[in-house]
Design a protein around this ligand. Sequence first.
Ligand code: GMT
Length: 374
Amino acid sequence: MRIGITCYPTYGGSGVVATELGIELAARGHDIHFISYAMPVRMTEAAGRIHFHEVEMLNYPLFDHPPYTLALATAMTNVAVNENLDLLHVHYAIPHSVSAYLARAMLKPRRLPFVTTLHGTDITLVGLDRSYLPITKFSIDESDGVTAISNYLREITLREFDTHRPVEVIPNFVNCEVFIPGNGKCRRERFAPNGEKILVHLSNFRPVKRIPDVVEIFALVRQEIPAKLLMIGDGPDRMTAEWMARERKIGSDVIFLGKQNQVQDLLACADVLLLPSELESFGLAALEGMACGVPPVCSRVGGVPEVITDGVEGFLVQVRDVQTMAARALAILTNPAKHKEMSQASRQRALRQFCTDKIIPLYEDHYRRVLQKS
Ligand code: GMT
């Protein structure tokens, strides 16, 4: 198939999923055309069956806000014609599915179906805001196929948007051959020269991730044992976290690594992953850690319980309860047998349910059904 993929190219789970999906589909013989305003993260180069089309935007002085939605629709239309696309697959409903709807309309009578994958805040935060709700519902209703990354998100979508479209759950995935325990590229001594335990957090540092809680949990752990915290990613709450670490006198133990492309090499170094988010529709970072054999300590929110069973692969704790999260992290870090058991269970869970070979065929089937119907 010749597939156009649109996503936010910046750091964020939806962009990561879209990029990894494109890479995996290309490896399975499909031609993939990314259409976005920048090359998506984790995509080092567009080569072979992977192509990148940058959305050009005219920045006329009259435009306070350049109309990206329209520029994207135009780019989608051009790429569809020039590359003879079979379908478009957009990740994150706003505004991508609206652009896809416009592209489909512009191309008539030629048919260009589009699939919308819902990721989280496009439904739970942005989509439910009154200013976006009607157009989010419209673009879901108009999609030729709709997928959601967890049952939780599917149920919220059906309930809040009252859509007549079937919403198929296709969970997020991880490449279990790339994300592996102790992959040989991790040099623990680089971060923990004195054999300290390593905790890790990976996100886009937005308020929904509760970044201050990450530092707070680590400070409590650090009171009990020598440890280091790797903070991977960047975003609005990074400065707050840096300030907090200095305030709590643990500045030298909290290592801010910024945006990283080879996260698997860093995750493989860690002993525990912290994800105390306010909300997660899935929790891709936790899954990536699990594939590397890193037990996660997460808040029990949204779709996270579909990925982690409390007490088996890691722990689920009530959101904001940093004391219990620190206690659970310590329970893993101070008990080698428990750590080994949870690390193995994490890897097994990833292998059982969430590896690319299990999930990518679900997308291929979905595309085929959409194409048959249209
Ligand atoms: O986090 C967001 O605000 C949006 C989105 C993104 O682009 O990063 O994240 C969502 O999609 C990820 C990939 O499917 C999921 O793993 C995250 O759980 C989900 N985030 C939220 O629901 C807050």
